[in-house]
Design a protein around this ligand. Structure first.
Ligand SMILES: Nc1nc2c(ncn2[C@@H]2O[C@H](COP(=O)(O)OP(=O)(O)OP(=O)(O)O)[C@@H](O)[C@H]2O)c(=O)[nH]1
Length: 393
């Protein structure tokens, strides 16, 4: 399962984001590890369900009237402070937890009411733009430290006649989620000495920075947009990087309200309605939230998760079925499964994602929309419904 990590300074709103995003308001019963431990859970990205192309909704637990929620893992990493890569505030341990993530959501407190350590300050007196850069540089410096510590082994390997720089660096960085292809792509963009002995600290830092950018892309969440000081959100949006204004607290309130039947809202909706009994205090909160939601086209929580997976990681959703005309599995469930795959994936990749042990049992695939056989090299598109024909029972 793809893994998204929340990073940010203390008090930025990571836990609120996590708790809003991982509530079991859509059925996650198929995934017994919903909460593996305190900071690892399952959330969902939202896409259009292929059942929208049919007369009837599919009725899948993860489909709300054509809004399909596809599970991904969410990690809530404890707050990072400047100097984390040197171990400040248990920073090394927390940075280490980011290793397992495919993509990072950097939760920034756009209110400007907490300093870089997350301590409350006069609202507007701290510039949230500083927090964007420090998380990135802590991650870069931390990886540079790992590269430094392991450099001797690269130097040792370089004495062998079979030495291959790509391979040696990929070996060192595989724990960080870097493949040999990643290392090759990064090295292509760098000017570096062939002999590892001749690498300078700057060479290693550049390597770490580019590998980090490639393997841990970041979307910034400008959280607490509901109480952000004048101009903060706009200045964050003007940065040359993806930034999504959000209110994690608002999302939490809406999901709780929806669970209680008081609010008509599905995660990622651009608006909400009050449909049940709410107290005066709740009504006031929801009225306040309405402005923020209207201004930013939603609470931003679902938007950030979707952006991380569909844009930054460039994934698509494919739906394997056994019956190509009814779009069902053997038990008659319509569109039972949704798989997230990197763009460029083929029906063969989908077959492996569904049956890791398929081996050479794959025969061919059928596009369930057209009922036509598709070639093994066909590049899947978002929302494809595919029947895999294999020798497997
Ligand atoms: N106004 C407003 N407050 C928020 C929002 N999100 C979180 N908060 C508040 O900000 C404070 C910190 O939120 P947390 O979710 O605990 O922050 P954290 O980043 O997990 O903090 P650490 O656990 O210390 O790393 C809490 O009082 C939240 O209620 C938001 O969108 N708007």
């Amino acid at each position: 399962m793809l893994s998204i990590a929340l990073a940010g300074k203390p008090n930025a709103g990571k836990s609120t984001f996590y708790s809003a995003a991982t509530r079991a308001e859509v059925d996650v019963a198929n995934y017994p590890f919903t909460t593996i431990d305190a900071n690892r859970g399952v959330t969902h990205v939202r896409t259009d369900c292929p059942c929208l192309d049919r007369d009837e909704r599919c009725g899948n637990d993860n489909c709300h009237d054509g809004k399909r929620y596809v599970p991904v893992e969410l990690l809530d990493v404890a707050g990072l402070v400047p100097g984390a890569h040197e171990g400040k505030g248990l920073g090394n341990q927390f940075l280490d937890e980011l290793t397992n993530a495919d993509v990072i959501v950097n939760v920034v407190d756009a209110s400007g009411a907490t300093d870089e350590k997350g301590e409350p300050v006069e609202p507007g007196s701290h510039d949230p733009l500083d927090d964007v850069d420090f998380i990135e540089s802590e991650m870069d410096l931390w990886l540079a430290g790992i590269v430094d510590r392991n450099w001797e082994s690269v130097e040792r390997k370089s004495r062998s006649p079979e030495f291959d720089m790509d391979e040696a660096l990929a070996d060192m960085l595989t724990g960080f989620g870097a493949t040999q292809a990643d290392v090759q792509a990064v090295l292509r963009g760098l000017d570096y000495p062939d002999d590892p002995m001749a690498w300078t600290d700057e060479d290693r830092e550049a390597l770490a920075r580019d590998v980090r950018r490639r393997t841990k892309p970041i979307v910034v969440v400008a959280n607490k947009a509901d109480v952000a000081s004048e101009g903060n959100v706009e200045r964050l949006l003007a940065l040359d990087k993806p930034v999504i204004p959000a209110t994690a607290q608002g999302e939490l309130a809406l999901r709780k309200g929806a669970e209680a039947g008081a609010v008509d809202y599905d995660p990622g909706d651009e608006s909400f309605g009050v449909v049940g009994e709410v107290s005066d205090a709740q009504r006031e909160l929801l009225d306040g939230l309405r402005d923020t939601v209207a201004e930013y086209g939603g609470t931003g929580v679902q938007a950030a998760l979707d952006y991380a997976v569909y844009d930054l990681l460039d994934h698509l959703t494919a739906y394997p079925v056994q019956d190509a005309s009814k779009w069902t599995d053997a038990k008659g469930n319509v569109l039972p499964d949704a798989f997230l795959l990197p763009r460029g994936s083929t029906p063969v990749d989908l077959a492996y994602a569904v049956h890791s042990d398929i081996g050479d049992g794959y025969l061919h695939a059928v596009d369930a929309r057209s009922s036509r056989e598709i070639s093994d090299s066909y590049e899947l598109a978002e929302g494809d419904v595919v029947k895999i024909v294999s020798t497997a029972k």
